[in-house]
Write a protein that binds this ligand. Structure first.
Ligand code: GLY
Length: 390
């Protein structure tokens, strides 16, 4: 792992972690009236999240924030609101509302698994198992992967994406809960397929990867949300780093650990001095492109996850690096004034249009709901021995 530059932010202190969490929790409390019976949009508009129905892939992050606020404070007002959200998630999966995609883990881990783990919410458990059932329906034995989007089996949609590594903990959890190995077995196969194909020789990653629906052979990497096919979408690299750490937790083989270090090394080499990446790592300061602060929070969580799994000296390095990233985020990107935003962290980028991708240009230089969630998760991991929702 490369040393960070001498001008990098100092590691965040324990007192600063607590202050940042207090600030975030106060904002979440202010948001409860607007977002107890509604969801936050995937990203803010002019730094304010609109309220939306529970139909997006991102809906799980807001209840995840509420659960983290509950853990930080013990205040039952958060439990009450988060359990109302659980009912909406149960309804969504029972009626299969906008569930024809792979993002069941992003939806159901921070909302419903959290509810089951923290307060024994039986409906949370039921909903999460139904979500795991839906997710394994997308498994393609020919090629051994979970198909991300679109009609199953169609050649032009026959692909997985690196982000899906974060959907797999739902499956590991479902096998532990039900005693049925089928979920776990599919998760392991998908993670191995990602390991085999998604990392380029220079340690960057492909966002999406196509497989051959007849032979199952790897076909080609491509992007959807990065600048172009051969650039380095910052969040894809972050999902890869966090996903390798989680994969190593569930299957502790050296390849995941080595790949984690390779991906991290590439990511660090492309970072500006303040450790918050531009939305694609191909850019630098001179390009005037927006940041994606959410990538930094995701990587911090990946570092803190891996730190729990490795020997003490390596863990200390990962934790220090995560603390530096969190210092930068909390000092320069966190929302300090509710008049400016109803989110937690500014300067995220969801889906920036480029001449080479198919993005519509949403959530550019805005708060993004997973950015807020992972920011809180990283602070929580730094503040206590945290029992993961993933
Ligand atoms: N998983 C989609 C995204 O990170 O935007």
């Amino acid at each position: 792992m490369n040393a960070v530059t001498p001008t990098a932010p100092q590691p965040i202190t324990d007192a600063e972690v607590k202050a940042a969490l207090d600030l975030a929790v106060a904002q979440i409390r202010r948001n409860l009236p607007a977002f107890t019976y509604a969801c936050q949009n995937h990203s803010s508009v002019g730094n304010f999240y609109p309220a939306v129905e529970n139909t997006q892939w991102t809906a799980g992050f807001w209840p995840g924030e509420i659960w983290l606020a509950f853990e930080h404070t013990g205040d039952k007002v958060f439990q009450h609101a988060a359990q109302i959200q659980v009912q909406s998630f149960l309804h969504r999966i029972e009626n299969r509302i906008e569930t024809d995609h792979h993002d069941m883990g992003f939806l159901y881990s921070p909302s419903c698994i959290a509810a089951w783990k923290l307060v024994g919410d039986e409906d949370g458990r039921k909903a999460a198992i139904l979500a795991a059932d839906q997710l394994i329906e997308r498994f393609q034995p020919i090629g051994q992967f979970i198909q991300a989007w679109g009609r199953k089996g169609v050649a032009e949609e026959y692909r997985y994406i690196i982000d899906c590594l974060l959907n797999l903990p739902l499956l590991y959890w479902a096998s532990r809960e039900t005693g049925d190995a089928k979920y776990h077995d599919i998760a392991l196969l998908h993670a191995r397929t990602t390991l085999a194909n998604s990392v380029r020789p220079d340690n960057s990653t492909y966002h999406t990867f196509y497989m051959d629906p007849v032979t199952g052979a790897p076909v080609r990497g491509a992007t959807k949300q990065g600048y172009k096919d051969d650039s380095f979408w910052a969040r894809g690299q972050a999902w890869g780093i966090a996903g390798m750490a989680l994969s190593y937790r569930y299957e502790p083989i050296d390849e995941y650990r080595k790949t984690f270090d390779r991906l991290l090394d590439f990511y660090l080499k492309k970072l500006p001095a303040d450790l918050v990446p531009y939305w694609d790592l191909v850019f630098s300061e001179k390009d005037g492109e927006p940041r994606d602060s959410s990538s930094a929070s995701i990587v911090a969580c990946g570092l803190l996850e891996m730190a729990d799994l490795v020997e003490a000296d390596v863990a200390a390095r990962y934790r220090e690096l995560a603390r530096r990233m969190m210092k930068s985020l909390s000092e320069h990107h966190a929302v300090k004034d509710p008049a400016m935003s109803n989110g937690l962290v500014l300067n995220g980028t969801y889906s920036k249009k480029s001449p080479y991708n198919t993005c519509r240009g949403e959530g550019v230089d805005e708060c993004v709901s997973w950015g807020d969630y992972y920011y809180m998760e990283a602070l929580t991991r730094l503040s206590r021995a945290w029992s993961s929702y993933w």
